[in-house]
Structure formats: structure tokens, C-alpha cells
Design a protein around this ligand. Sequence first.
Ligand SMILES: [Zn+2]
Length: 220
Amino acid sequence: MVQRQQLNEGRHPTRLGDILVKRNVLSPKVIQEILEEQKIGRGDKRVLSIDLRGNDEVAVLEISGRLDESKQERVARVFERLMNRGFCKVLVDCRQLVYLDSHGVSAFVSYIDEARARGGDVKFFGLNPDAQFTLDRLGLIAYLQTFVTEEEAVHAFGLPIDEYMSRGSLGEYVSIDVQKTFHLSYCPTLESIHDEDKVYFESKRHARDAGKAACRKCRP
Ligand SMILES: [Zn+2]
């Protein structure tokens, strides 16, 4: 990470905007516009603030305060702009996010498919238990990638999306307790296995974390 390196060296970190302007990804005017949009809402105690940082590949949006109906549009606009300007890897820093509801969620959810279609993603880290619960209640936990730390999340951008996501529905990756391999649920080797003996995994990553290796037949 360019910025982190510079911080470690005690220099002022290059702003994401500067990097993008230098690489001709964005014009200075567009950066200014994005930053202007973020200013809205400042001065309020429970403010939502959006900070753009990150390196040249992953844009990090820091959201603090409450993300609810009143802030939803503002956040959606920033996402819109990022997408329009060619960002497809967006990391949302939720460490300072104190409240999230379904309106708030709708600010970013529509951009996730778009980001993924372009080979990127919108990922999250540092969610508090309440926000996590909101995502869970909306059935989004299996769909979104959330992480504890920024490092984990940034690392995940380098991996194929299905390392983390089940293809389609939950539980498509299946294993059996005694087996060292995991399968796609339609693998022929699972035919003779009773349902109650099957163990389902949310994603390939979960299966690997549980010590299972991919089946060579069905190649999950
Ligand atoms: Zn298999």
C-alpha cells in the first residue's frame, strides 16, 4: 500500500485522489466533486463522514456515525461516482459506524453486483455486532464479504470472489465429517451419502479453513 508505506516513513500520505490524477484515472475536477459531496452533513454530532483513502487499487470509504434513511442517498451518490469513474474495488471501513439500518444498507447493496461484474467487489470491515445483526436479519451475511481487519479485507480483494462466496445458494459446498475433501452439492460421490451426514460450508474459504481440500472430480 503506497499510503501505508509513506506513513511508516513518516511522510504525509499521498491522497488517493492525487494518485488517480497522476495515473489519469480521474481528473482533478472529479476528485473535487467527490470530496465536495462528502462535506455534506458535517457539523452534526452524529455525523456520517466518508473518507476516501486507500491505494491505487482499492478505494477505502470510511463511514462513521449513523447510516440510515437520512444519509442513504449521500452514501449512494459517492458509490455511484466511484463506480462511474471506474472503481470496482471498494472497501467500506465500518469501525466508526455506530448505526446501520435497512435504508442504510440499500445505499451500497445495488453497487455490489456491478462491482463484481467488473471483477471487483464492495467489502466491509470493522462492523459492530449491531450492524452485523442488521445484515444478518436482511439475509445479506452470506452475500456480502465482511472482515474484522482492513488487512484481511484488502488481501481478499486479491482472491477470486468465489473463494468467499457460495455460488448461488448457501450450502453448495459440502463435505462429510470423516472426509478430507469438499464437493459441490451435485458431485456424484455424494450420491450415496445421507443428508444428515453432510456438512455444509458457506464458501470455499470456510471449507478450506475447516481443513478440507477440493474434490478432484467436481472441482469446487
Ligand atoms: Zn466432488
